[in-house]
Write a protein that binds this ligand. Structure first.
Ligand code: C2E
Ligand code: C2E
Ligand code: C2E
Length: 88
């Protein structure tokens, strides 16, 4: 599908992530846990990650960054505001 734009500000809802089944969010959950570990950032309800990390995650999920953005919003892991405004 065309038209899906990648998020520019990626703030993952960690509480929501924990509620979702591992077969869906396993790779994302492991990626987020690794970033938390590297930062020593374990106390947050949310985790801000790099735009570059969205591209890496999109490869893992075999989607475009825009499609993954839509998937993450659909799961409730990203808020709908993460979807960039369309310019049409
Ligand atoms: P914000 O970016 O809207 O983040 C709001 C709150 O979400 C933060 O409040 C923090 O409690 C939480 N949060 C966001 N990302 C993370 C994360 O990766 N880990 C954890 N543990 N919590 C996260 P906080 O810390 O009081 O920051 C308030 C505002 O100050 C932020 O609003 C942002 O505008 C600014 N700020 C804080 N840290 C940074 C930073 O490293 N870079 C930049 N550019 N701004 C920052
Ligand atoms: P690094 O990439 O060499 O970054 C070193 C330090 O620079 C970070 O220490 C952080 O204090 C700061 N820093 C780098 N980029 C940013 C940024 O975009 N925003 C903010 N607010 N600070 C930045 P920190 O946080 O202890 O992270 C240690 C190492 O963990 C990083 O070394 C990196 O290798 C990894 N890491 C942490 N968070 C992420 C992430 O979101 N994505 C990726 N790919 N790696 C991360
Ligand atoms: P932020 O701290 O507000 O940084 C916004 C953007 O500024 C980053 O977007 C990146 O393009 C640039 N930037 C900030 N600090 C550095 C730096 O030390 N080196 C470089 N090369 N660029 C920097 P980006 O990469 O998409 O990251 C988005 C948000 O993810 C950051 O917002 C921060 O909240 C978080 N983040 C990313 N990497 C790290 C990290 O290594 N450690 C921590 N603690 N937070 C990170």
């Amino acid at each position: 599908p065309s038209g899906a734009e990648p998020a520019t500000k990626i703030v993952i809802n960690l509480e929501r992530l924990q509620q979702l089944p591992a077969e869906k969010v396993g790779p994302l959950a492991r990626y987020a846990a690794t970033i938390q570990s590297q930062r020593g950032d374990y106390n947050g309800k949310v985790l801000s990650i790099r735009t570059e990390d969205l591209r890496s995650l999109a490869i893992i999920y075999d989607m475009s960054p825009g499609e993954l953005t839509e998937q993450l919003i659909d799961w409730g892991v990203l808020p709908p505001e993460a979807r960039p405004a369309k310019e049409d």
